[in-house]
Design a protein around this ligand. Structure first.
Ligand code: DAH
Length: 349
């Protein structure tokens, strides 16, 4: 054993002297000090030697290790110094044109969806909401069932769903790509007690033929606020403030009745068209109003399902499509542009 250690040491030192660059040095380090080196192996079998041998051999092995490490350090310093001197010499004697322009470093930027997503989240953060995220692959229970959309409920027709090919024993498909961010309402309420104030940005999926206004994957932002004494007035005030932060302080909003199974009452919110000021143009389809989100007061059955007492707690929820809002703000006319990776499009933002 002692002979072997000595052999390792002299071979290593020998080889070290002929190494001329840092890469060679690194190979040497791996060979002689690395995990699989003979020295490391030797240190490992030490434990199996009888005690009196172990002490002597151990001391030598550790000394060899220390010598190799020190030599490695010194060699590294020397090589670095040498490289530096070579560079200095090159700058002095060779012709390096330091006035040549540098190579441009291409700068990335945020995708327009990300930019709008962040703007929206920032607005709600400033109003005391928290940002949380959830899974893209969801259970039927969270995506539909817990949101008052049982199997065979006609409201399922509103969502063209990508089902995951996993069957329950009874032949049902319990898993899907979430069709909206609303399932996170349930997940958040299941794990917290009121007060709740969250917004949930995330991807959603719909099994759809794509065209200028339909994509199979897009982003939504969901919002949920639950507390004692939350009324429809809070819903209106919060969403009105949001609309004015995002689309300008002059905006008017319009609420109209709409149906979503998990809220009661349900509404859609529109803003007056910022392009024509409400007189009617191409952007607003001549109506003067642009619908931007769905919302409502959380349905008591939804609250009961997560053990919130609807006699004590009330709240509102809302959901909006992020690309739609980006399209409105930037005047983008085809939703397919967002994810077709065309740099001519993306570089504009
Ligand atoms: N999840 C709905 C959709 O994708 C949007 C929505 C409507 C969300 C009303 C809500 C809400 O939270 O209250 O069409």
């Amino acid at each position: 054993m002692l002979g072997k250690l000595d052999e390792i040491r002299s071979k290593a030192i020998d080889e070290l002297s002929s190494i001329g660059d840092l890469r060679g040095l690194e190979d040497w380090r791996v060979r002689y000090l690395g995990k699989r080196s003979a020295l490391t192996q030797a240190l490992r079998v030490l434990a199996e030697l009888p005690l009196e041998q172990r002490r002597g051999v151990g001391a030598v092995a550790n000394e060899v290790k220390a010598i190799l490490e020190r030599s490695h350090r010194q060699k590294k310093e020397a090589l670095k110094e040498k490289a530096y001197q070579q560079m200095e010499a090159a700058v002095k004697f060779e012709k390096i044109d330091v006035t040549l322009p540098g190579r441009p470093i291409p700068l990335g930027r945020l995708h327009p969806t990300t930019q709008v997503l962040r703007q929206i989240c920032d607005i709600f953060l400033s109003m005391g909401f928290q940002v949380v995220e959830g899974p893209d692959v969801e259970w039927d229970y969270y995506n539909f069932e817990a949101l008052n959309i049982p199997r065979d409920h006609p409201a399922r027709d509103m969502f063209s769903t990508f089902w995951i090919d996993v069957e329950t024993p009874s032949g049902e498909l319990p898993m899907l790509l979430r069709t909206h961010t609303s399932p996170m309402q349930i997940r958040v309420m299941e794990r917290t007690r009121p007060p709740v104030r969250v917004v949930v940005p995330g991807k959603i999926y719909r099994y759809e033929a794509t065209d200028a206004t339909h994509e199979t994957m897009l982003y939504q932002i969901e919002g949920l606020a639950i507390d004692e004494n939350i009324t429809f007035l809070d819903l209106k005030g919060t969403l009105y403030e949001f609309a004015r932060c995002l689309f300008g302080s002059q905006r008017k909003v319009r609420f109209r009745c709409d149906y979503f199974p998990f809220v009661e009452p349900g509404v859609e919110m529109a803003i007056d068209c910022f392009a024509c000021g409400g007189s009617g143009c191409r952007l607003c389809g001549g109506s003067g109003w642009i619908e931007i989100l769905g919302a409502g007061m959380v349905h008591p059955d939804v609250l009961r399902r997560v053990d919130y007492d609807p006699d004590i707690y009330t709240g509102f929820a809302f959901g909006m499509g992020v690309e739609r809002i980006a399209m409105l703000t930037y005047g983008i006319e085809d939703i397919r542009l967002f994810y077709s990776n065309d740099l001519r499009f993306l570089r504009q933002f």
